[in-house]
Design a protein around this ligand. Sequence first.
Ligand code: PMP
Length: 361
Amino acid sequence: CGEGVYNFAAGPATLPPEVLERARASLSDWQGLGYSLLEAPFTGDEFKALMDITRLQVKTALAVPDRYQVIFLQGGASAQFSLVPLNLLPPKATAGYVETGHWSARALEEGRRYGNSHLAASTRKSGFDRVPAVSEWALSDDIHYCHITPNETANGVQFPEDPDCGEIPLIADMTSEFLSRAVDIERYGMIYAGTQKNLGPTGLVIAIIREDLLGQARPETPTVFNYQTQIEHQNHINTPLMFGIYLVHLMLDWLEEQGGVSAIHPHNIVQSEALYRIIDEDDFFYCPVMPEYRSIMNVCFGTRDESHQQRFLAEAEAMGLMNLAGHSHAGGLRASLYNAQPDAAVAALASFMTSFRKRYG
Ligand code: PMP
């Protein structure tokens, strides 16, 4: 961001200035090749090494066990709503879905095109205000896997822990919380994440898949989206999103410099609590999510008097506090606090919220 400008967008989102600087440098001469990364062949040793390192960085950052594979895919997180069933769900099998907000609803809607989709649990009736306990999920024995969205970007609802579904593989869309916390990978059959939140590039997806789930893709699965085929070809069955993968590599370097997920997680909690504290102080603001399920990445809130909302956004923008409008489906206000959100941004927003309340409350 420019001087005095803070970006609270939900993704693409703010990135550390030092990462942007490193990315810029790759646009002149990359690794002494004499040309930029944008002009480098994807089959060259330099790029192959970059992909290997980045894959290893993901594995290391999340302590991914050996029996899981990491791949880079294209099409953004939404494409996975279709590619997960095409790769992992036999035609007559049933997939379970836990609906906790806008993005899990989208995953369910798309999943219905590929097989039997079963709504295992939903909080739609209570306005997506919480995460249902696993004991409330209707998981019959014939469920092939259960899909969840541990952080609902539009609704500001986050799972307080990795659910335990026993033998049923959990498939998680971690797009908006990926690498913000440690994850008990063994509880999941597959994790996927679009990288435009904590890692930068749009269109790129990182998928972590347990090996025993591979090998059941439907014949009509496009080859470039076949998880197993990509793994067998070292992710080179087509031209990968090279610059995006480089940005992810730089962001993983940066995350390591911050102390990794174990250090960034408490930091994220402190930042979000600073805003929730103001929201809860009195009746001026409200948060639609029950306290124990509030997201540490996407703080969704509103002003009780709706007429204040547009004024809040306009005044915030005039002060350089950008992109605070809520998701179009959820309305209200939203401050996204991904890993790279500086403390100064949170302090500036907290101070603005307090002064706004004093002036209009
Ligand atoms: N899932 C979640 C949880 C998201 O937050 C988003 C994007 N906001 C998506 C899926 C869709 O991502 P994409 O635009 O990369 O398809």
